[in-house]
Design a protein around this ligand. Structure first.
Ligand code: IPM
Ligand code: MG
Length: 353
């Protein structure tokens, strides 16, 4: 394949991990005979500082014309202290999702055997946990009508039938490819929008008789995720619930720095780590590049290049087994590897296997 990749390093640790993702992608392309061209674009706080807009039109055009976007992170604490700030880096992320029609956010939660002891949950609870959260990404409260003055404020949790159907379809199809268990997460005991979700899910379930579909209130799902994470196979939910549950899910593996994601929909897909920009670590060469590197695996898999994806996953597991790890997951007394060193080790592994 001849890849055209838009690279959006963004803020904080973004540029450092982005570089490792790009190097891994290049190594895999060389190995399997693909060609790849990268074009870089600005977003987030970096773009606000440079052009006053966190997702400039040129960045959008580049993304639209590329085969995939390799995204890293946006966010800068200088915007967090001011709730009245008119532009914020996160708006760039939301604009990207909306403008590219990225309605399906796929966030796999996977555990690594050698890191089970790093989980905040007891190892015996997390062992074998392997599920995918499918989060609706372009609707709900994030994008519904909003109002704010000094006395009152609201956000509207609007969902239309086509928006619900298309994301549930993604959920059912993932379930078909996996262990055929779909959990539809909602708050149908309270919210009208959730009742419509549940109604449509029940209609659609009839077309997927092989899938065991269950319905769970979001509060219960949040509890179940820490009580029995192995219960889940594929979870599908609306934007806001998905935001919350995927942060909860991400820490199960022991480090947020391990989990990749894909956002797909109407236009170019985006692959990104689920952690944020970790501004305090910027430039220190301590950020874990594995989530970004695994995002590259998801990129190849999206294009049905399974061997390419599998080699990256193998290299990542090998680096963990060899204790070539960044500080937050290193064994006690073990050498602490930097972002670059972990990346280089994985590139070398790919070249030689
Ligand atoms: C995420 C993030 C974003 C979200 C923020 C940065 C706007 O938390 O991707 O989960 O809320 O969607
Ligand atoms: Mg979030």
């Amino acid at each position: 394949m001849n890849f055209k990749i838009a690279v959006l390093p963004g803020d904080g640790i973004g540029p450092e991990i982005s570089k490792q993702g790009v190097d891994v992608m290049t190594a895999v392309c060389e190995k399997f005979g693909h060609t790849v061209n990268y074009e870089y674009a600005i977003c987030g706080a970096d773009a606000i500082d440079k052009v006053g807009n966190p997702f400039p039109h040129e960045t959008f055009e580049l993304c639209r014309q590329s085969d995939a976007v390799l995204f890293s992170a946006v966010g800068d604490p200088k915007f967090d202290q001011d709730p009245t700030a008119k532009v914020r880096p996160e708006q760039g992320l939301l604009a990207m999702r909306k403008q590219l029609g990225l309605y399906a956010n796929i966030r796999p939660v996977q555990t690594f055997k050698c890191l089970l002891h790093k989980s905040p949950l007891r190892a015996e609870l997390v062992e074998g946990a392997d599920f995918i959260c499918i989060r609706e990404l372009t609707g709900g409260m994030y994008f519904g009508e909003k109002y704010q003055d000094d006395e009152k404020a609201y956000d509207t949790n609007f969902y239309s039938r086509p928006e619900i159907e298309r994301i549930l379809k993604v959920g059912f199809e993932y379930a078909m490819k996996r262990r055929k268990h779909l959990t539809v997460v909602d708050k149908a005991n309270v919210l009208a929008s959730s009742r419509l979700w549940r109604q449509i899910a029940q209609e659609m379930a009839a077309s997927y008789p092989e899938v065991t579909t269950d319905y769970m209130y979001v509060d219960n799902a949040a509890m179940r995720m820490i009580q029995e994470p192995t219960f889940f196979d594929v979870l599908v939910t609306e934007n806001t619930f998905g935001d919350i549950l995927t942060d909860e899910g991400s820490c199960i593996s022991g480090s947020m720095g391990l989990l990749p994601s894909a956002s797909t929909g109407e236009s170019t897909p985006v692959f990104e780590p689920i952690h944020g920009s970790w501004p305090q670590a910027k430039g220190l060469n301590i950020a874990n590049p594995l989530a970004q590197i695994l995002s590259v695996a998801m990129l190849f898999e999206y294009f049905d290049l399974k061997k390419e994806g599998a080699l990256i996953r193998e290299a990542v597991e090998a680096s963990l087994d060899a204790c070539v790890r960044t500080p937050e997951i290193q064994v006690e007394g073990g050498k602490k590897y930097g972002t670059k060193e972990v990346g280089h080790w994985i590139v070398e592994y790919i070249r030689t296997h």
